[in-house]
Design a protein around this ligand. Structure first.
Ligand code: F6R
Length: 609
């Protein structure tokens, strides 16, 4: 949450900062601000709303300077307003902050007593004043910065400038991601490398509790005790092209359409005849999973839904008892950890605060190993887990997760096969059959996308609806949950997913003629059970939208609309049936006129708990 960009260069940096902010807008978009140093003066411009408002304000007022910081905000303390927008200034210092300072109230009281005045309601203004207060006694700003950071509790990614020292940019990381971009005669910091791709592909990842001091020629990194740390440089394989919308109207639409390719990329180099090549999972060897007797999966949101599907597959293909839990719950309860347990996190960003905190907790518990299924190389989860299985979806910009989810599912399926094989739980024939199906996945995904036009038309019947139910059974139940999440988050239609067999235990009371019910109904081993459940709903007058394959027994009538999808292997159904649900949400959102890529109140990377 919140995006930070900073630069120290030998040219005006405001355009670099603003372009960087646009790429980070997925992290928060309720207000934005920029501050550059010119002639030993701080020039600060802020605006509410999106980065485009800030761009207009900068065009009008101009913001010169070779050193600067900028921020796009997702409010935590105080309403979205110009006053609360970052950067926050205290005399000669300007600071931008991603995260939460938990003890800000106590610090604020002390600073008020020292004579500081506060204009905003933010914790960030408290922090910049705290640094300023230390600077009065410290020998330099680095020392004051370190002293202040020793006093704060909470999480932060920070960028700090001082008008009295325009050639230096300071940054610090604890709990919120921050990377350094290396240029020639210029250096940068940002919350995500995506922001800096137009200026560099060379990066240094800051670790927890590290401080960086950047000048045009140098980058020095220290720990919180002021001890210098040697860091290595990483060259990114992303390019600026991969983060443009191309011919698509929205990033979400582009990302839905990229799925044949992203799933292909997930498989690339990983299938070798009837084997899954072991390098797929960074860190493992032939026997890493042989002794695993239990699996705990932890994730949030859409990634949690991927974990729920994973439970069905892992138990079926490995015989290992598997538990799945929402990270924000896991981290605050006493979990009983069985001997020889594997701890799996799933995350697109690799920076989700609750998932990361759960991993850190798990490392103090009795787990044998930790594995993360993640889309972002160099992210915190990747760096802190024993093994990593990269989903290889490519950069996902739309706030609603689409290609990240389907590649997570494919990755879990590969992992289940790999573990199943190491445990001797899966026959050669079954392994062969599943791998043959998996090879067809990218082409089948393309076929499923062909329902787009039909769904665009169908979505018109949803506009104006306020509620919707999604039903599924077995492994399609988490897909119903994901369909409901996608619809509510981007179209703002209230939607809930239910296991179809559970409906009669309460939710059936909601059914009437105004309630559309989407049934996720591929032809599989539970189809007869599902048909009976759907009859109960039809008898109560619901409007049914049945997403199914050609040969199932659902009748189309005034009350029931069939969406016929291509036949596909049962093991791939959770992945493939996700696609029409994504398209349904997308078109409903477009019809409802919502901000598809940046829905209200959301941020893509949730780095606060
Ligand atoms: C929904 C969505 C979120 C994320 C969740 C976890 O479309 O994107 O629910 O799935 O915030 O994020 P990651 O996967 O980055 O840990």
């Amino acid at each position: 949450m919140c995006g930070i960009v900073g630069a120290v260069a030998q040219r005006n940096v405001s355009q670099i900062l603003l372009e960087g902010l646009s790429k980070l807008e997925y992290r928060g978009y309720d207000s934005a601000g920029i501050c550059c140093i010119d002639n030993n003066q701080l020039h600060c411009i802020k605006s509410t709303g999106k980065v485009k408002n800030l761009k207009e304000a900068v065009k009008e007022k101009s913001c010169p300077g070779f050193t600067g910081i900028a921020h796009t905000r997702w409010a935590t303390h105080g309403i979205p307003s110009e006053t609360n927008a970052h950067p926050h200034i205290c005399d000669n210092l300007a600071l931008v902050h991603n995260g939460i300072i938990e003890n800000f109230a106590t610090l604020k009281e002390r600073l008020i007593a020292e004579g500081y005045n506060f204009k905003s309601q933010t914790d960030t203004e408290v922090l910049v004043c705290l640094i300023h207060s230390h600077l009065k006694k410290a020998s330099n700003l680095l020392e004051a910065f370190l002293q202040a950071l020793h006093e704060v509790k909470g999480s932060f990614g920070l960028a700090l400038i001082d008008k009295n020292d325009p050639s230096t940019l300071y940054a610090a990381r604890s709990g919120s991601p921050l990377i350094i971009g290396l240029g020639i005669g210029e250096n940068f910091i940002a919350s995500d490398s995506l922001a800096l791709l137009p200026v560099t592909r060379r990066f240094i990842y800051l670790e927890e509790n590290e401080i960086a001091v950047l000048t045009t020629e140098n980058v020095k990194v220290y720990n919180l005790d002021g001890k210098k740390i040697e860091k290595s440089e990483i060259e990114s394989d992303l390019d600026a092209e991969s983060i443009s919308k191309g011919p698509y109207r929205h990033f979400m639409q582009k990302e839905i359409y990229e799925q044949p390719q992203s799933l292909q990329n997930t498989l690339l180099g990983r299938l070798d005849k009837d084997d899954i090549s072991l390098e797929t999972v960074v860190g493992i060897d032939d026997s890493s999973f042989k002794d695993i007797d239990a699996i705990q999966i932890v994730a949030c949101g859409t990634s949690y839904h991927a974990g729920l599907v994973g439970k069905y597959w892992l138990e079926e293909l490995t015989n290992i008892p598997t538990n799945v839990e929402i990270a924000s719950e896991y981290r605050y309860r006493k979990a009983v950890v069985r001997n020889n347990s594997l701890f799996i996190t799933i995350s697109q960003s690799g920076e989700t605060a609750d998932t990361l905190a759960s991993l850190r907790l798990a490392k103090q518990q009795n787990y044998k190993k930790s594995l993360c299924i993640c889309n972002v190389n160099g992210s915190s989860l990747v760096r802190e887990s024993d093994y990593t299985l990269f989903t290889k979806a490519g950069a996902e910009i739309g706030v609603a997760s689409t290609k990240a989810f389907t590649t997570q599912l494919l990755s879990i399926l590969l992992l289940a096969l790999l573990i199943g094989k190491q445990k001797g739980a899966i026959s050669q024939a079954q392994n062969h059959e599943i791998l043959e199906s998996i090879r067809k996945l990218p082409a089948l995904t393309q076929e499923f996308l062909a329902c787009d036009k039909e769904l665009a038309t169908l979505s018109e019947q949803f506009s104006g609806k306020h509620h919707c139910l999604f039903l599924g059974r077995g492994v399609m139940y988490p897909i119903a949950l994901e369909g409901a999440l996608k619809l509510k988050e981007i179209s703002y239609i209230h939607a809930e997913g239910y296991a179809a067999g559970e409906l009669k235990h309460g939710p059936i009371a909601l059914i009437d003629k105004e309630m559309p019910v989407v049934v996720v109904a591929p032809d599989n081993s539970l189809i007869d059970k599902l048909i009976s459940n759907v009859e109960e709903v039809r008898a109560r007058g619901a409007l049914l939208y049945v997403f199914t394959t050609k040969d199932t027994q659902f009748k189309a009538d005034d009350q029931t609309k069939r969406v016929n999808l291509p036949a596909c292997p049962e093991i791939l159904q959770p992945i493939l049936f996700t696609i029409p649900l994504q398209l349904l949400s997308y078109h409903c959102a477009v019809i409802n006129g919502t901000d598809v890529d940046q829905p209200r109140n959301l941020a893509k990377s949730v780095t606060v708990e």
